[in-house]
Write a protein that binds this ligand. Sequence first.
Ligand SMILES: Cc1ncc(COP(=O)(O)O)c(C=O)c1O
Length: 316
Amino acid sequence: MKEIGGYFELELSYGEEYHKSALRLNTGRNAFEYILRAKCYKKVFLPFYTCDSVLEPINKCGLEYEFYKIDNSFRPIFDFETMRAQEVFVYTNYFGIFDNNVLDATKRARNIIIDDAQAFYAKPLPGIDTFYSPRKFFGIPDGAYLYTNAGIHYELETDVSYERFEHLLGRIDKRGDEFYSAFKNNEKVLGNQPLKKMSNITQRMLSGIDYKFAAEKRKQNFRYLHEALHKTNQLPLELDNSFVPMVYPYLTENAEELKRKLINRKIYVATYWPNVIDWTKPESFEYYLVANLIAVPIDQRYRVEDMNEVINIIKN
Ligand SMILES: Cc1ncc(COP(=O)(O)O)c(C=O)c1O
């Protein structure tokens, strides 16, 4: 029975989700698990350069897996001819700027899953299993979107996330550094969760976002940084106006000191992904990326003045 009247719930905007026709699930890794189960895959080919959370569903389903390398344009180095029927190839749209590599891989792999955790705005290609982790782009506690034609034959519970808001609320009232441990704790809590539907509150929050504004800001900030830094950035980035990036990837030798300077100035740059150090050899491109790629924040919270602060530190 619908409740009518009484006290108000948290007031959120009434709008539309960006991925209206996708399945709504609780985490990106669980969206990945959904496809693995629905398609009954037996073996997964994964990039070395990825987040270790993607191993969680593979291990949960007891599947075999093998890593592949990428070249310095983030293209897979892989012999697609060797793939068999129940094997699947996973490609990650790194930083949300490699749609071309996605397209190319989908043409070559007999079975493929696109990991768009870093590419919220990238539309799925027709018939291609694609998942998203929207909290990498927006202030929400959890959630995932999935496009697939396959289904699993049991009812999923709906996730409940009202207890996962401490870091999101705290950062508005106070400061990000005071709630960093609460953020880390939430990330930990999201590990090993059962596959569920997205919570009502996460869906409501995702219905109230100004997606156009956020996309424009991200693109503007990215272009602004690239204009200033492309000469020293070791990554040859090709920009397309349709891409909406997650971060600006700046690759430089000896990034350790620069990272320290940025973090001292409270410019928080994430490391993608520390686990890769344990999986690869020091002479590999992937290892070099973990050590030397600076993921500069360019999101909807920031303006040109903020980008100038970053540029000044990098250029000095
Ligand atoms: C590339 C990539 N794929 C998948 C995931 C998993 O997403 P989630 O944390 O929502 O499970 C992450 C992050 O954790 C990621 O960085």
